[in-house]
Design a protein around this ligand. Structure first.
Ligand code: OSB
Ligand code: MG
Length: 372
């Protein structure tokens, strides 16, 4: 493919319900969308960098100029055969994995459309339906949280994950388990604890959790290995896993027994597939994380989740949990049995509503091949 242009767009969309983690609450999203134009075809990608540098040091204001000045120009001039070629073309740029992932995934998206193939097949997937869970943020009260869990269970979701932090953890788990003794339940701390709280963290073992996600520092693996030795609950790493080498190190050291793969966090589909394969070699299950994506990123998460080792329900849930109206058609829907069926249509199987995107756009910039 000859990449003719790359367009960046920032869209603003309010969330149906606020989302709160141990690092704060958001009421809406500023989302950076990337589209590439090649051989008369448009491919779309979503940059999952947040509106603040809290989940990761990357945020929307680092991703934009990085794509503009470094990543897009790296695609211009030659042939880009496939999304697989992107990591090498981007290798000179250190870090900025979410920026890289957005652009690489747009190329995969274009490639699938050009080849008239489903993206999931191009990625090497095999699942014809994927299992969904939900991630429920910290609420104003435990009662509000219980109400949310009730709604999501009634909708059919196969795993409930709640966000935790000191002061919003054992007390709410107690309430949840006394009402629902047997549901598949997990927690995500987004690094809210330190290793000297090991006695406190050991108390999570009483709640039969599927996992505790990222309890300690976002940039630490080894100390998670120390913690994993001290608790029975399986640790799942999210923030700490930046690439396949990190995954290998984490599994060799026993820092986790489950891995959350976010395609943006690891820099795109190519690296996500490598992380998947490393986990498979260790016989460790993975699941697909979410970053409050619009339909564009959500459709990509769905395609990725068809790879065989995505053995646990992901955070890939229905569009309507996030948005009044999504920017893809059809919207992402989850069946009453908590599964999303996988389409055989070319590309993602979800049409990108460019008219709607145009209306939501607050900033737009196009870089073209051959122009400085
Ligand atoms: O840690 O998984 C996380 C959202 C934003 C940043 C980090 C995380 C999350 C989620 C939401 O848990 C998952 C989703 O519903 O998209
Ligand atoms: Mg997480």
């Amino acid at each position: 493919m000859k990449i003719e242009s790359v367009t960046l767009r920032e869209i603003h969309i309010p969330l149906v319900h606020f989302f709160e983690t141990s690092f704060g609450r958001v009421y809406g999203r500023r989302i950076l969308l990337v589209s590439v134009q090649a051989d008369g075809i448009r491919g779309w990608g979503e940059c999952v960098a947040g509106e603040d540098p809290y989940y990761s040091s990357e945020w929307i204001e680092t991703a934009w100029p990085t794509i503009k000045h470094y990543l897009a120009p790296a695609l211009f001039g030659g042939e880009v055969g496939s999304g697989r070629d992107c990591p090498a073309l981007f290798a000179k740029v250190r870090g900025h994995r979410m920026a890289k992932g957005a652009l690489e995934n747009a190329i995969w998206d274009a490639e699938a459309r050009q080849k008239q193939q489903p993206l999931w097949k191009l990625l090497g997937g095999s699942r014809r339906e994927i299992a969904c869970g939900v991630s429920i943020g910290i609420q104003d009260s435990p009662e509000q949280l219980m109400g949310k869990i009730e709604t999501e269970l009634a909708a059919g979701y196969r795993r409930i994950k709640i966000k935790v932090k000191p002061g919003w953890d054992l007390n709410v788990l107690e309430k949840i388990r006394s009402r629902w003794a047997d549901i598949v339940l997990s927690v995500d701390a987004n690094s809210a604890y330190t290793l000297d709280q090991v006695e406190h963290l050991r108390k999570f073992d009483a709640f039969n959790l599927l996992m505790i996600e990222q309890p300690l520092w976002n940039d630490e693996i080894y100390l998670h290995a120390r913690l994993q030795k001290a608790i029975r609950t399986a640790i799942c790493l999210d923030e700490s896993i930046r690439n396949a080498r990190d995954a290998d190190f984490a599994l060799e050291t026993g820092a986790c027994r489950i891995i959350n793969i976010k395609v943006g966090r690891v820099g795109g589909f190519t690296e996500a597939k490598k992380v998947h394969d490393v986990a498979l070699q260790h016989d460790v299950p993975v699941w697909c994380g979410g970053m409050l994506e619009s339909g564009v990123g959500r459709a990509h998460n769905i395609a990725l989740s068809t790879l065989e080792n995505f053995r646990l329900p992901g955070d890939v849930s229905a569009s309507k949990r996030y948005w009044k109206e999504d920017i893809v058609e059809p919207e992402v829907e989850v069946r009453g049995d908590g599964m999303i069926p996988i389409s055989d249509a070319p590309g993602t199987g979800y049409h990108v509503r460019e008219d709607m995107i145009q209306k939501l756009t607050v900033r737009e910039e196009t870089m073209r091949a051959g122009k400085p």
